[in-house]
Write a protein that binds this ligand. Structure first.
Ligand code: NAD
Length: 491
């Protein structure tokens, strides 16, 4: 485990020498002290990224040359898959098989953006047809410059990859600030890019607390673009700073995503996808389908099956064989989720399943898979993101009612719809105000497809070619082609 920051290709102690505890959420034991970067380290990291961008080789290399290094990064990640996944479990608590998927997706993300980097070489400029034939014009795309990335704790290395891979593919340099709850694998990424031969200063990694390291990064005048994933509250602060400084930002924020299940659905398939949609990663998923809407006639039988199956989910340390539900990430998150359940009950909801610490688990931030019913549509538990294994289930009357209830949210990250009627699924998918809609499933995520939210779930899109565009500027280059004088001033 790393105890230094990665700045300008060197492993360095934080200027102020601070560190913070890294806790295994399954055991509540401190397993490491990670380096606590502050504004001074952010200054050094931004200066290194600036230098690497302004005079270093990376932005001047062809896309093909950058792709070679991106693929090397992917290869090393795959070669170290098990060690990285193990670290992710110790840090975040998720079940090991899920951590292995994450790491495979990280490698997949670097490989995909290697291909996109090569494609940049194929279409370096786009000719623009002008109405005035004396001029020619073209659009070229260039790296935006020095990017800052601030990421959350739910998919520690994957959230880093979603930003680092497209930024590097575009030719940008970057300062990455991982979450203080899960800094371990992001710091390992420093060693991986070093081995892959990424030039010094292209990627700098500064772990630290949000206000001490995240805020100075988001406010830094040397940053050309800031990519943030995290809570709406922090996103709002970042946007306020960006408004003051006119900074290019992209925001991936929270959600309260609906899953609409029509009565013609196969009940077993519905239960399977509902459970995956909310219990995967302990429900600490921005796109978790935490509001399940079931057509009235299916409501009672589906609820019965859901409660029965959720009770069978094996809870345990993420490293134990067969674990499907690990602990929540931290004491703070655990208390937040318990408080949300208590508030749900106080506001009239009924607990249909779970709702408490599982028996036999005296330590660790473990919570039973929890199913709530009977809440009102304006209650806290139905409207606010809980970010835990807590699902709210409600009946709906008809298609119009389902769409109205689903869209009645300040969030719009994801949504899901299930029915055997494909035309209805398409119709509902188009009616849902969300950036991602799954039909007859919930959560599968592909690096090729755009990711991001409507409404307060964020601004901009990550992944795919959309993700690459976040790190590119568009420039027009216009040439006066005529031999005749222009003749505006000198007649
Ligand atoms: P958070 O906002 O508390 O923290 C996110 C990051 O911001 C951390 O690195 C933190 O240190 C940093 N930070 C905190 N205060 C800051 C400040 N004042 N200035 C700059 N940076 C600061 O969020 P979290 O609890 O880590 O993550 C959970 C949230 O992230 C949930 O709301 C979830 O929905 C969201 N999320 C969204 C997506 C998505 O793709 N839309 C993906 C994952 C998580």
């Amino acid at each position: 485990m790393k105890d230094k920051l990665f700045i300008a290709g060197q492993w360095v102690a934080p200027v102020k020498g601070g560190s913070f505890d890294v806790v295994n959420p399954a055991t509540e034991q401190t397993i490491h002290r990670a380096p606590a970067g502050t504004a001074e380290d952010i200054d050094l990291a931004v200066a290194a990224a600036r230098q690497a961008f302004d005079v270093g080789p990376w932005p001047r290399m062809s896309g093909r040359e950058r792709a070679v290094i991106l693929r090397r990064i992917a290869d090393i990640i795959l070669a170290e898959k098990h060690a990285l996944a193990h670290l992710e479990v110790l840090d975040n608590g998720k079940p090991l098989p899920e951590a292995i998927w994450d790491i495979e997706d990280v490698a997949g993300c670097f490989n995909l953006y290697a291909t996109f980097a090569e494609e940049l070489d194929e279409n370096p400029e786009e000719p623009i047809a002008l109405a005035d034939a004396r001029f020619s014009s073209k659009a070229v795309r260039e790296p935006i410059g020095v990017a800052g990335a601030i990421i959350p704790w739910n998919y520690p290395l994957l959230m880093a990859a979603w930003k680092v891979a497209p930024a590097l593919a575009a030719g940008c340099t970057m300062v990455l600030k991982p979450s203080e709850l899960t800094p371990l694998t992001a710091l390992e990424l420093g060693a991986i890019v070093e081995r892959a031969g990424l030039p010094a200063g292209v990627l700098n990694i500064v772990s630290g607390l949000g206000p001490d390291a995240g805020q100075p990064l988001s406010e830094h005048p040397g940053i050309d673009k800031l990519a943030f994933t995290g809570s709406v509250a922090t996103g709002s602060k970042i946007m306020a700073t960006a408004a003051r400084d006119i900074k290019n930002i992209s925001l991936e924020l929270g959600g309260k995503s609906p899953f609409v299940v029509f009565a013609d659905s196969d009940i077993e398939k519905a239960v399977e996808w509902i459970m995956f949609g909310i219990f995967w990663n302990q429900g600490q998923v921005c796109s978790a389908t935490s509001r399940v809407l079931v057509e009235e006639s299916l409501y009672a039988p589906l609820l019965e099956r859901l409660v029965a199956e959720a009770a069978k989910i094996r809870i345990g340390d993420g490293l134990a064989d067969g674990t499907l539900l690990g602990p929540l990430v931290s004491s703070g998150q655990y208390q937040k989720v318990l408080a949300a359940i208590a508030r749900g009950k106080a506001e009239g909801a009924t607990i249909a399943g779970g709702g408490k610490r599982p028996e036999g688990f005296d330590t660790g931030y473990f919570l039973e898979p929890t199913i709530l019913i009977d809440m009102t549509e304006n209650s806290f538990i139905w409207t606010e993101e809980i970010f835990g294994p807590v699902v709210c289930v409600k009946p709906f009357r008809d298609e119009a009612d389902a769409i109205r209830m689903a869209n009645d949210s300040r969030f719009g990250l994801a949504a899901a719809v299930m029915s055997k009627d494909k035309a209805r699924c398409e119709r509902v998918a188009k009616g849902l105000r969300a950036g991602i809609v799954w039909i007859n499933c919930s959560q599968p995520t592909f690096a090729e497809a755009p990711w991001g939210g409507y409404k307060q779930s964020g601004i901009g899109r990550e992944l795919g070619r959309w993700g690459l565009s976040n790190y590119l500027e568009t420039k027009q280059i216009t040439t006066f082609e005529s031999d005749d004088p222009w003749g505006w001033y000198i007649k």
